[in-house]
Design a protein around this ligand. Structure first.
Ligand code: IPM
Ligand code: MG
Length: 356
């Protein structure tokens, strides 16, 4: 099995190195091959998603990505900015289903900005549609405003759209995920205002007929944003579109107070996937050896579970992470009094040791 390793920018290389160490310690015969992506891709090949990197990602069974983005590249034209690599990989690989679990490990309950009783034991899964919506909808651009009080001025515009099949396939992913958990799904939309999301609601309701064992609830995005901080543990699985999912998943990550702990998976129709931590490239701490590698290590576990068909190896990693937390080891981002502060490499080594 071939895994493409795309370290990217900022802390990306340090944290992926730890996940690679863990993968190599499992005793499997994975073939790992690295390539530049994001700002690193631009620096080496003049493009955030170089041809060779895309070809490697397509040829591999799974992709493990660190993070992209650096202040250095903020002034480049949009098409050359590091984020374009992520959007390009999603589109080119057809990664339409983004799974973002938000789990609060009991040891880290103090890390949240919310009261411990509101969040401790939190375990929810956000499923975000990732290749449609206003993110990719055409037409888009800047044009002369055709009507209304601002007619004749320049206007920026994007197009929100979802095809029926696009909604159906993400709904199936969500119902099936809910089946493996507590059988409750909340579909989040803006059906009270947007045609696209009334249609979304109708289609999700229709797909529900095939999953009568799962309880389905519809919720508007604004209310969902509120309920997520009011009583987040009432949720089990949430499914929503690309744009709302972008926002809600950051909110959910922050409930745990430790975004350095959260993995993610982006899957295609065959469960081939790209795995990456939910956090960004944190260029301000890059190269200091203090970044938390656990989200990337847990992303490797998700990869073993969803794409590589090795759930027992995924469990080994998940358990090893729980073990190092219970041993009191903490990187700077989750450090509290009474725990032992460790660096990126030490944390990686501790996980390897805890694999047993
Ligand atoms: C995310 C990020 C990306 C997104 C950016 C970097 C393009 O915010 O993965 O959530 O908006 O999807
Ligand atoms: Mg985001």
């Amino acid at each position: 099995m071939k895994i493409a390793i795309l370290p990217g920018d900022g802390i990306g290389p340090e944290i992926t190195a730890q996940a690679v160490k863990v993968l190599n310690a499992l005793g499997e015969s994975f073939e790992l091959e690295s390539a530049e992506v994001g700002g690193a891709g631009y620096a080496a090949h003049g493009h955030p998603l170089p041809q060779g990197t895309l070809a490697l990602a397509k040829a591999a069974d799974a992709v493990l990505l660190g993070a992209v983005g650096d202040f250095k590249y903020d002034s480049l034209e949009r098409a050359l900015r590091p984020e374009q690599a992520i959007l390009g990989l999603r589109k080119e690989l057809g990664l339409f289903a983004n799974l973002r679990p938000a789990i609060l490990y009991p040891e880290l309950a103090g890390a949240s900005t919310l009261k411990p009783e509101v969040v401790s034991g939190l375990d929810i899964l956000i499923i975000r549609e990732l290749t449609g919506d206003v993110y990719f909808g055409k037409p888009r651009g800047v044009r002369e405003c055709p009507d209304g009080p601002f007619a004749g001025q320049r206007e920026g515009f994007d197009t929100m759209r979802y095809a029926e099949g696009e909604i159906r396939r993400i709904a199936h992913v969500a119902f099936q995920a809910a089946r493996k958990r507590n059988r409750r799904l909340t579909s989040i939309d803006k059906a009270n205002v947007l045609e696209t999301f009334q249609f979304w609601r109708d289609i999700v309701t229709d797909v529900h007929k095939e999953y009568q064992d799962v309880e389905l609830e519809h919720m508007y995005i604004d209310n969902a944003a509120m309920q997520l901080v009011r009583a987040p543990k009432k949720f089990d699985v949430l499914v929503t579109g690309n744009m709302f999912g972008d926002i809600l998943s950051d909110e959910a990550a922050m409930l745990t107070g430790s975004i350095g702990m959260l993995p993610s998976a982006s899957l295609d129709v065959n469960n081939k996937g790209l795995y990456e931590p939910s956090h960004g490239s944190a260029p301000d701490i890059a190269g200091k050896g203090i970044a938390n590698p656990l989200a990337t290590i847990l992303s490797a576990a998700m990869m073993l579970r969803f794409t590589l068909g090795k759930p027992e190896q995924a469990d080994r990693i998940d358990n090893a992470v729980k073990k190092v937390l219970s041993q009191g080891l903490r990187t700077a981002d989750i450090h509290e009094e009474g725990t032992t502060r460790v660096g990126t490499e030490q944390m990686g080594d501790a996980v390897v040791k805890a694999l047993g």
